[in-house]
Design a protein around this ligand. Structure first.
Ligand code: TXA
Ligand code: MG
Length: 513
């Protein structure tokens, strides 16, 4: 007889681990996921089953109702399901500690239940949480605990046993779990196409490649002539500097005259990922890359193809987004082909980009960090790590950094923000770019919804593709709704604002040609 198959699991605390801890949550609208929850779970989902284990003593205390907690849990499960992540079960203890129940963490009642019902091998499983109870729960169950410093993590750190595994957040916890369980993927061998792309780059060619934000148009950052071709293909003015993409921290440091502690902390936390750091440059970086500035923008993209390409080519890649200057950024290989066609030597196809808006750009040149562009990492998360970030006001008529060019990311069709616009007149073919499903869509020829559930990450992921679709419809005007101005909402609103710049006085009749 063969032994029944067993599985490894990760038992996840809810508040402060998967989502922000805001006390007793009574409604789904109060739920805010940490920016890397989804990608952390994606990293683990091949090798682990997921469970949520949460103490909700507010129910017994009467501060929140069981039905409200259930609604919030449902929302969390559904949000993750939409991102392709399956939670097997949510175990929720509604009691107070003084009730002496068996199911309140750190008691192992729920984990034993999962072991029985789902064939989980607790010895090969992990518990992730922001409270010492989570670590104790792991110990009481024969599992491994990983303590995260989000939520209440920092506050209770001093109460932990000395040998506890501690990570800054869920992303690092996921990496640690992979490593500990021996599941870490060996570095992927470059494909034939990646090798071909690397060979083109070594010869001074330009290659479009996927990143987690948008597709980039890359050239050898040390080859001034190759970089000049990037400017040419893109139709980009030479005064607008490029981001240099690296495959590791060492390579980033080799481009920078100084890599201060704040840069190291940010890189450790957000790389690979959608954060670009502007730092003083070394002489190795040719002036054409930085448009003559004494600083260089560096980032390590979070995409296996991009990283594999940089490694195989053996050089950092100077790359702007792979669109014509001022136009919509591409989030699929098809977008790139449509805009740049035969002007690029090769387009590496890595499917649709996960994040969907460009990286956040942060300058660390002055004493205080300053935000040059809102993007894929929420500025709130940066501030949680390095303190206040300056947000310089940009004068649209006189941008101080070239990347602040007011008109950018624009479709061919005029785009107007909804607050400046009522219902379209009958003679006008108008498209609506809505955040959630709109109550009133009368008069619109086409409607694109960025996130039916009102999730900013999902909205960012859909933004440019939705704009491309509307732009292809031969409309007179695109009317866009702003999204809530927090987290990734800053980046989305920034792109919408710039896409709409200069469009406000647009005539409302379609040219007939
Ligand atoms: O997500 C991204 O950042 C994408 C992908 C391909 O990595 N790249 C991207 O590049 O959006 P691009 O060229 O479209 O935007 C880069 C911005 C520019 O607006 C530029 O002005 C700014 O970065 N930048 C580059 N170097 C700079 C520097 N030394 N100082 C200030 N801003 C800089
Ligand atoms: Mg918690």
């Amino acid at each position: 007889m063969t032994a029944p198959r067993t599985f490894s699991a990760v038992f996840l605390d809810r508040d402060g681990t998967l989502i922000e801890d805001r006390g007793n949550l009574r409604s789904p609208s109060q739920v805010e996921f940490f920016p890397d929850t989804v990608r952390a779970l994606r990293l683990l989902q091949k090798n682990f089953r997921f469970f949520i284990v949460t103490n909700q003593s507010g129910i017994a205390e009467g501060t929140v109702q069981a039905a409200e907690v259930a609604q919030v849990n449902d929302h969390v499960v559904r949000h993750l399901a939409r991102a392709g992540i399956r939670i097997e079960r949510v175990y929720c203890c509604p009691h107070r500690r003084v009730d002496n129940c068996g199911c309140i963490k750190p008691n192992n009642y729920h984990l034993c239940m999962a072991a029985r019902e789902f064939g989980i091998d607790l010895g090969k499983s992990f518990v992730v949480g922001d409270h010492p109870h989570d670590v104790e729960l792991a110990r009481n169950s024969g599992a491994t605990g990983v303590y995260v410093l989000t939520g209440h993590g920092i506050k209770h750190r001093k109460d932990l046993p000395a040998d506890t595994l501690v990570t800054p957040g869920i992303w690092e916890a996921a990496m640690l779990i992979l490593e500990r369980s021996g599941c870490a993927e060996p570095r992927r061998k470059p494909s034939t196409e990646t090798k071909e792309a690397a060979a083109i780059l070594k010869r001074g060619g330009v290659v479009a490649f996927p990143t987690e934000t948008v597709y980039g148009l890359g050239a050898n950052a040390f080859d001034a002539a190759a970089v000049a071709r990037v400017f040419e293909v893109k139709g980009r003015p030479r005064f607008d500097p490029l981001i240099v993409h690296v495959s590791g921290l060492g390579q980033a440091k080799s481009l920078c005259a100084d890599f201060p502690a704040s840069a190291r902390a940010l890189a450790r936390r957000f790389w690979p990922g959608p954060l670009t750091l502007v730092l003083a440059k070394t002489k190795r970086v040719p002036p054409i890359v930085t448009a003559g500035l004494p600083t260089v923008a560096v980032r390590m993209p979070d995409h296996p193809l991009a990283l594999s390409l940089i490694r195989e080519a053996g050089m950092p890649l100077a790359a702007p987004s792979a669109n014509r200057f001022g136009r919509i950024s591409p989030t699929t290989a098809e977008h790139v082909r449509r805009q740049l066609g035969l002007d690029v030597d090769l387009v590496l196809d890595g499917g649709p980009c996960r994040v969907g808006v460009e990286s956040t750009i942060l300058s660390l040149v002055e004493d205080e960090p300053s935000l040059l562009r809102a993007g894929g990492v929420a500025v709130e998360d940066i501030e949680a790590l390095v303190g206040p970030v300056l947000r310089p006001q940009v004068d649209p008529d006189c941008p101080s950094a070239p990347g602040q060019c007011p008109q950018h990311y624009a479709p061919q069709t005029p785009l107007i923000l909804r607050e400046r616009f009522d219902c379209p007149p009958e003679t006008v073919r108008a498209g609506l770019l809505a955040f959630r499903v709109p109550r009133d869509q009368d008069g619109f020829t086409a409607v694109e919804v960025l996130s039916p559930a009102g999730d900013l990450q999902e909205a960012a992921g859909n933004l440019f593709a939705a704009l491309y679709r509307l732009d292809a419809m031969n409309l007179d005007v695109i009317v866009a709704e702003r999204v809530p101005h927090r987290g990734l909402g800053l980046a989305i609103n920034d792109r919408l604002g710039r896409a709409s710049y200069c469009s406000s006085g647009v005539g409302m009749t379609r040219e007939t040609t």
